[in-house]
Ligand binder design. Sequence first.
Ligand code: FAD
Length: 497
Amino acid sequence: MHRAETSGADVVIVGAGSAGGALAARLSQDPSRSVLLLDAGVDFGPIGESQPRAVADAFDSSARATYGWEYAGTATALGRSVPVHAGRIVGGSSAINSVMALRGHRAVYDGWAAAGCSGWSFDDVLPAFRRIEHDQDFHDNSHGTRGPVPIRRYPELSRSQQAFLEACEATGHAPVPDHNAPGAVGAGRLPVNELDGLRKSTALTYLAPARDRSNLTIRGESAVDRILLNGGDATGVILADGRQITADTVVLAAGAVGTPAILLRSGIGPADDLSALSIPVEAHLPGVGANLHDHPLLRVGFVARAQPQFPPRQTLLTTHTLPGLTPPDLQVFPSGPVAGNGAPTLALLIALLTPASRGALRLSGPTPDMPLRIEPGYLAHPDDLPRLVAGVRLARTLATSAPLAEHLVAEDWPGAGVTDDNGLGGAVRANLVPYHHYVGTCRMGPAHDPDAVVDATGRVHSTSSLWIVDASIMPTIPAANTNLATLMIAEHLARTL
Ligand SMILES: Cc1cc2nc3c(=O)[nH]c(=O)nc-3n(C[C@H](O)[C@H](O)[C@H](O)COP(=O)(O)OP(=O)(O)OC[C@H]3O[C@@H](n4cnc5c(N)ncnc54)[C@H](O)[C@@H]3O)c2cc1C
């Protein structure tokens, strides 16, 4: 039996990823407040040189295996298992991700507010988006210039990326000077949080300058099993090795997979599921683990005339499968060169930005060593497949339009012979992959909403002293990659916590 360690911290934050790292840095700006930041993964310190090469290098994707959680999911509608990547390292998924830095369309956040999350409309959260960034290209009222995360667009595009933008324009898509301008839809340069080849994770941006503060302690290799609860009051956490750490306030920032798993092991979740695993029920919250979603991703591959030039991702198109839809529901971007592939290849990647499908996360047993049951839900809803098929057709239209067509020799996937809805649908099912933008498993909403897990301040319903600040609280997925939206959540809630 382990004795309780009194942390002396006012706040213990579980998870030093995108949200947890940003939140710890913001809360510890107040010298009267002490913060303990725990993470299951390794802490490689504050500077790029101290990180392993795969983590520091913004274009190396191997860190997702080396410094990841190695979860697997079962995508029932696809009839197969899929990898579920998430960072297990101080910096979290921001330390292994692909540095695409997009806010998403304003309609998503306005939708959150309309669904009862008061204070989360786009105009409400714009100041939090601005506090994140040091935008190197735009210095107007909708951008930040003093935040910790550098954001830029490549000034010089490679020939095939430039040709992609011109093909978009030639086929009627509006040019977009800035994808992070409120309401932007169309084709333009991709904003990235990469500088000098470094992946600008929260470890290198938010946490690096905060580490010397005497009121902030960062502890890696400290996996949390569950929350210490006294009635509905959170009084600390219990680590996987049995140690107990007490604190006045507990904030879960373990991500859309880690956070619901901790809640469920703590007895907070759907009562029937918990009882079936002999976990005593502390609070019946059916929404814990439900509403899991991600953007499904597809790669339409082309043999190119010449090897595309580095960096691999430079431009982006957002668009609608039906006129007038807001937010946009498709993202298309060229990507290449592809590592390890000898032949010149350019892929057009397609993501469905507003999936209707939902999955769920459940425990297989009460302890942290037991695997999670993750069903990401891809194509569970009938609306999603036809929109991805439309995405493949759009990629073909772009690839056969001048001047992009001059850079490509032939389509190598799914192959120009596959043209009807059935053939394309089958190809999509067989080749769809996760984008790893998991959200929604502890979704925000008012107390009268039976599936809401936290209120608009991030407080877990039916509890006190327990908060969630990470991608799990998003009610719906932003129509964009999710790192900036997750940082926004941390910036927004840091003001009220
Ligand atoms: C491979 C990959 C590529 C991506 N590419 C992009 C991109 O290009 N652009 C973009 O915008 N988004 C991208 N994303 C998504 C984005 O990075 C995430 O949405 C975002 O980082 C989520 O932040 P978070 O704070 O919710 O969780 P995370 O950043 O994952 O942080 C959770 C932290 O909690 C820790 N943790 C979990 N469980 C426990 C536990 N029991 N005890 C202690 N610690 C625990 C983890 O180790 C981790 O450090 C990508 C994600 C992945 C995985």
